[in-house]
Design a protein around this ligand. Structure first.
Ligand SMILES: [Zn+2]
Length: 301
């Protein structure tokens, strides 16, 4: 009986993650999350995380929504190669991307992240994610200290591979975002600079910053785009992000010019072209509000 109850629990609440890596370029593996909001049924597995395999170790880019997620990802990667995890990089402060840090810290990894993340989540603080997912999925997850801060662009040789860190010092998706680029295989791990299939959230970022970051990305020599959310690794994410940002910018500026107030704008702006994008119902209305506020006092440079 107990077993049956547990089984029903597992099916209903999605206990455990059962993660499967996809090799997206020579040395980069992706765990792909759902394009939906975090919930008890998905355990916060609505984010993409990445493992870079060198000839001697792993570098993990984003550690996922919980300790148990990180542990499950590690279990899956051990089947590909049982290598030590040298570094964990957190691309930005949103907690779906890095709550697995303490699992990797226990294994001796060095954690790289931004000051914005440390400021928002001091050691021992609470993360909203952990109240959204089940207790079982959240178990053992703790907010720990960051070992090294990413403050500017730099390159690092890790074993046989070169990793270029690109640091945005203006608000894009959050006040500080980081991308990791592998020049030898032209793979860009873009964090939440790029999404496909679903819309982004403007809450902690900026529409202008978003557009500017896409210009930076488009100037780079990239074969594989590793996005923070969504399954595509080609230019789809760039096109979808730009289309959405531009629609926000154009419609918000037009409304402001015509004297339409923010509430009317949020109610009436026509975004029917984006109706098939995931997360529209959850994020779009607040994105409209943020876009309007941003452009209300904006001057084109
Ligand atoms: Zn994200």
């Amino acid at each position: 009986m107990k077993k049956i109850v547990l089984l029903i629990f597992m099916v209903v609440f999605g206990y455990g993650y059962d993660l499967k890596p996809i090799q997206i370029s020579k040395n980069v593996y992706q765990f792909i999350g759902k394009t939906e909001a975090p919930s008890k049924s998905n355990g916060g597995n609505m984010v993409n995380t990445y493992w870079i395999k060198t000839d001697k170790s792993y570098v993990v880019v984003d550690s996922g929504p919980s300790y148990n997620y990180a542990k499950d990802a590690h279990k899956a990667m051990k089947k590909i190669a049982n290598l030590p995890i040298k570094y964990v990089v957190n691309t930005h402060m949103h907690d779906d991307h890095w709550l697995g840090n303490n699992y990797f810290k226990e294994l001796g990894a060095t954690i790289y992240a931004t000051h914005a993340q440390a400021k928002k989540f001091p050691v021992g603080s609470d993360a909203h994610m952990l109240s959204v997912i089940t207790k079982e999925d959240a178990e053992n997850t703790k907010i720990i200290a960051i070992d090294k801060f990413i403050e500017k662009d730099f390159s690092m040789k890790v074993d046989n591979l070169t990793l270029d860190f690109i640091h945005f010092d203006y608000a894009v998706h959050t006040p500080e975002d980081v991308m990791v680029y592998l020049p030898e295989e032209k793979t860009l791990i873009a964090g939440d600079i790029l999404f496909s299939q679903r819309i982004t959230s403007i809450r902690d970022g900026s529409v202008e910053g978003g557009l500017k970051s896409l210009d930076t990305v488009e100037k780079m020599d990239v074969k594989t785009y590793a996005t923070g959310h969504g399954k595509f690794t080609d230019k789809t994410a760039i096109h979808q992000m730009r289309a959405y940002f531009l629609a926000l910018k154009t419609s918000a500026r037009k409304a402001i010019d015509e004297g339409v107030d923010i509430n009317t704008y949020v109610k009436t702006a026509d975004f029917s072209a984006f109706k098939d994008m995931a997360m529209m119902e959850v994020l779009h209305k607040s994105n409209l509000g943020f876009a309007y506020s941003e452009y209300e006092f904006f001057e084109e440079k």
